[in-house]
Design a protein. Structure first.
Length: 303
């Protein structure tokens, strides 16, 4: 089973493992307070260590707790209270008064709401300056990066994003279906999602993409763009979407890569090292293929 199942990737410069350990230990997770809606903090990965090393890299983990408070529940209670107040007063509330009622309702419900916990593990490979957030949620990855900046004090981090990647994937798929090279260095799998100019979505799932060749070519001729495409090389397979997020990652551990560690920690370190190497290589292949140029850092700030 893969350690890294999804990946939002950054180019960044992080301190050495020992230094980062000290920073993260000063910003541990604390339990969510009664009146708080959400809270995030770092938790140990293994052996009570906030930063856990593996060959050619290290990893760390964030816990994010958030109250479950559906907007429909808030809206129902707000409408109920406003109706009660207006019935008692015999007149409608002003806009500002209605906002105050909403704030009161929100604060009351937050205290009673249950919370859910989510964990996100980040893997870092200094040689490639590659930080991988093991999630497909951009919102959760943003929580991680913001807390990391707060803990370290100042970092330079650039989300790896390729402008126009949807057009690029579309043209590569069109070429591939017509007998061209497609994505050089990658095989195209059988999972593909497209979106039309009017927002209509189309999804294809097959063992091989050529099983759906005619339907896909027709959709492409009608102006559909690829928003997600399964691709892979000899080491790793994933679904790449228009935001350069990699989902459903599967690493192909071959017989020569198999390793029976002395214990769980030994095995974890071996697998993490292999997965980060293969993912870094795949990312670099894609960046070269799409002629990516790293922009100025989009996140450099002091806590």
């Amino acid at each position: 089973m893969s350690l890294i199942k999804n990946a939002i990737t950054y180019k960044c410069d992080l301190p050495a493992a020992a230094t980062l350990e000290k920073h993260l230990a000063e910003h541990p997770f604390c339990e969510l307070g009664e009146a708080e809606f959400s809270i995030a903090g770092f938790v140990p990965v293994k052996d009570e260590r906030f930063v856990f090393p593996f060959p050619d890299g290290y990893c760390f983990r964030l816990r994010f707790d958030e109250k479950v408070l559906p907007s429909a529940v808030i809206r129902t209670e707000v409408n109920k209270r406003i109706a009660e107040i207006e019935a008692e007063r015999g007149e409608e509330l002003s806009f500002k008064e209605s906002l105050r009622v909403r704030d009161d309702v929100y604060n009351d419900l937050v205290k009673k709401a249950l919370s859910q916990s989510r964990y996100i593990t980040a893997f870092y490979r200094p040689k490639d300056r590659l930080l991988v957030a093991n999630t497909a949620s951009k919102a959760l990855a943003d929580v991680l990066s913001n807390r990391l900046v707060h803990a370290v004090g100042s970092i330079k981090a650039t989300t790896i994003y390729i402008s126009g990647i949807s057009n690029g994937l579309t043209s590569k798929l069109h070429s591939y279906l017509n007998g061209g090279d497609g994505l050089e260095g990658f095989e195209i799998g059988g999972v593909c999602k497209l979106k039309g100019e009017n927002g209509t979505a189309m999804s294809v799932k097959a063992l091989e993409i050529h099983e759906s060749k005619d339907g896909l070519l027709e959709a492409l001729m009608q102006g559909y763009k690829v928003t997600e495409l399964e691709i892979g090389n000899e080491d790793v397979t994933f679904r790449l979407n228009e935001k350069f997020i990699k989902k459903g990652i599967f690493f192909n551990f071959k017989e020569e890569d198999e390793y029976n560690g002395d214990d769980d920690i030994d095995q974890f370190q071996h697998d993490a090292s292999c997965e980060m190497l293969w993912l870094a290589n795949a990312c670099q292949q894609l960046l070269t293929l799409f002629e990516y140029k790293e922009p100025a850092a989009d996140q450099e700030k002091a806590a």
